[in-house]
Ligand binder design. Structure first.
Ligand SMILES: Cc1cc2nc3c(=O)[nH]c(=O)nc-3n(C[C@H](O)[C@H](O)[C@H](O)COP(=O)(O)OP(=O)(O)OC[C@H]3O[C@@H](n4cnc5c(N)ncnc54)[C@H](O)[C@@H]3O)c2cc1C
Length: 383
């Protein structure tokens, strides 16, 4: 693994950082308070124009072919300024990768340029109210109807549900198959009759990113909407979620890093007992420990991203990166808040928002407990 970044990776990191600092940071407070929707969408379009919606997608379909390391670097920079924009960007890239990996030419030509150019936001529809950590127990079904499929069922907690132009949707297609063996994936236009997107959930953090329930009621889609092979969809979901976890880990790192950078600067300015807080060794040790943990998280993320980019097995590394980065970023936000005393707790400063925004990173795209299940399964597989 290379420990230094290439010139292209440094350039992508710098571009993301500049856009995040100059543009995204202006809207993060408005988004947190429930506004800023128009600017949110404008910023997503600008990010697409800069190439950030198809970082690992072939140039033939409008992507930038920058690779997985660049994707992780970009998500961290975007997340430092606006985690809601970062999660939307991460999932758009993830859906684009699903389509690129198993879509037929028509699907790739039709949808990838729309996602890469920002015309479409895209959603990943796997979770159901009764199937979260255990998605193979889903109930949503797709039944063949001549040269069409009919989808019935409900998905829960779908990021960008109400903003999306297209959904990748998992559904049971063989009710007689063993658990997880009869699931297929479909690429569905958001305006297909029979799709009802429910009201956005009221959330603790990342409130700029809408999270919606979606119901499919006799939703009739053409046979050509099947994405990949029939009844092979669950394996596809598992593989794509592993890639998505690199995005969530990078996103968590961005929030933790931003929180600690803010608190570190505060320590240099705030005076108590006739000296700046930066002089107190107890606080210096909190800084030293937390920055070390974030650096370790960064290295795990880079390792997982590098392995994926090289075509190596990366699932366990991605789970380790997500487990560790989410955990350390959560504690970094609480440490940073503590370092700022009362100022950390009030809304005039960004720490209380960051502490809320970071919380979900140890839950979505597989909870920390599920990451441990995956890691342990790999460790014990040859016993
Ligand atoms: C804001 C937000 C955005 C989301 N976006 C999307 C999206 O775009 N698309 C999508 O498909 N889903 C999305 N999700 C769903 C998310 O991935 C799930 O919430 C998550 O996987 C956990 O599932 P659950 O909520 O049903 O929790 P449960 O599965 O009910 O888990 C509850 C608790 O039990 C633990 N647990 C469960 N099974 C085990 C086990 N075997 N061993 C040990 N502990 C276990 C969990 O770790 C957790 O602590 C989103 C969720 C949220 C909140």
């Amino acid at each position: 693994m290379q420990l230094s970044l290439t010139e292209e990776q440094l350039m992508i990191q710098a571009t993301a950082r500049q856009f995040a600092e100059n543009e995204l940071s202006k809207n993060v407070e408005a988004l947190d308070l429930g506004g800023g929707r128009e600017l949110f969408r404008t910023n997503l379009k600008s990010l697409a124009e800069l190439g950030f919606m198809g970082l690992n997608i072939s140039a033939d379909y409008g992507g930038t072919e920058s690779g997985v390391v660049s994707f992780a670097l970009a998500i961290t920079e975007i997340s430092k300024a606006c985690p809601s924009t970062a999660v939307t960007t991460s999932i758009n890239n993830m859906v684009a990768e699903v389509i690129q990996s198993v879509g037929n030419n028509e699907q790739k030509n039709n949808y990838l340029p729309k996602i890469c150019s920002g015309e479409y936001i895209a959603s990943f529809c796997l979770t159901e109210s009764g199937a979260g950590s255990d998605p193979a127990s889903m109930r949503t079904s797709a039944k063949r109807d001549g040269d069409h499929w009919r989808i019935n069922g409900s998905k829960a907690f779908i990021t960008s549900g109400e903003e999306s132009g297209c959904f990748v949707v998992w559904a049971i297609t063989d009710t007689t198959a063993a658990k997880g063996k009869g699931i297929s994936c479909f690429l569905v236009d958001a305006d297909t009759p029979g799709i009802h997107v429910g009201k956005a959930e009221k959330k603790m953090g990342q409130t700029g990113s809408n999270t919606n329930p979606i119901t499919f009621e006799d939703c009739r889609i053409p046979a050509s909407a099947l994405l990949g092979k029939e009844n092979q969809g669950f394996k596809l979901a598992v593989g794509e979620l592993a890639g998505g976890r690199i995005g969530v880990a990078a996103l968590a790192l961005g929030i933790g890093q931003a929180a600690m950078d803010y608190a570190r600067n505060y320590l240099g300015e705030r005076v108590q007992f006739g000296q700046t807080l930066a002089n107190f060794q107890g606080l210096q040790w909190m800084l030293a420990e937390t920055y070390t943990e974030l650096e370790a998280a960064r290295l795990l993320i880079m390792q997982a991203a590098y392995k994926k980019e090289q075509g190596q097995d990366f699932g366990t590394s991605a789970s380790m990166a997500k487990l560790f980065a989410a955990d350390k970023a959560n504690s970094a936000c609480y440490t940073a808040l503590q370092l700022m005393g009362g100022a950390g707790y009030i809304k005039e400063y960004p720490l209380e928002r960051m502490a809320r925004d970071v919380r979900i990173t140890s839950i979505y795209e597989g909870t920390s407990e599920i990451q441990k299940v995956i890691i342990a399964r790999d460790l014990l597989k040859n016993l």
